[in-house]
Ligand binder design. Structure first.
Ligand code: 4NP
Length: 169
């Protein structure tokens, strides 16, 4: 669906778009569905790099999503590009993703870019570690899960959304 049909759009961004950001996309989409907000909130993910374009997520990401009964269909890697400025919330997994996107986006759009763990006050770690290198997908799942909960609350507050697709009045 094209942006414009949704009230709010969210893009998760990491380096390869095969480990962290597709995990965040799937977890966040499940939360949006649980709250009956699928018609209101659009979700996607992308990578700043192009190595894995067209590929499914890493087996470690798929495995941990399945363990948690989260759907993994439709997750195909793509590269972040300038047109992604159309998203309302552009959520980086780490500081380098954030910096790389700010090189591509015009300054007018920099205010929409932030790190997922900046929303998790009690997390001393502000960058989601890259499991492509650490191999620790459980650690990433736990961090992304808490970040996605905060993100959905933030979006609901910012946009006066209530559960069940009513535009809060
Ligand atoms: P991601 O992990 O950014 O969480 O998807 C990576 C996946 C692949 C590569 C780097 C990070 N890579 O260099 O191919």
């Amino acid at each position: 669906m094209e942006k414009g049909e949704f009230m709010v759009s969210v893009l998760f961004v990491c380096l390869g778009n095969i480990c962290r950001s597709p995990m965040a996309e799937a977890i966040f989409r499940a939360k949006v569905e649980e709250e009956n907000l699928s018609d209101v909130i659009e979700v996607d993910s992308a990578g700043t790099g192009d190595w894995h374009v067209g590929k499914k997520p890493h087996e470690g990401t798929l495995a941990i999503l399945r363990e948690n009964n989260i759907r993994t269909g439709g997750l195909i890697a793509r590269q972040f590009h300038g047109e992604d400025k159309k998203y309302d919330y552009i959520v980086a997994m780490d500081a380098s993703n954030e910096q790389d996107m700010k090189k591509i986006l015009e300054p007018d759009h920099h205010g929409k870019v932030f790190k997922l763990l900046d929303l998790v006050d009690e997390s001393p770690e502000k960058d989601v570690p890259d499991p492509y290198y650490t191999g620790n997908f459980q650690e990433v799942y736990d961090l992304v899960e808490s970040g996605c909960s905060r993100l959905l609350n933030t979006i609901k507050e910012d946009n006066h959304l209530k559960e069940g697709n009513t535009y809060g009045k």
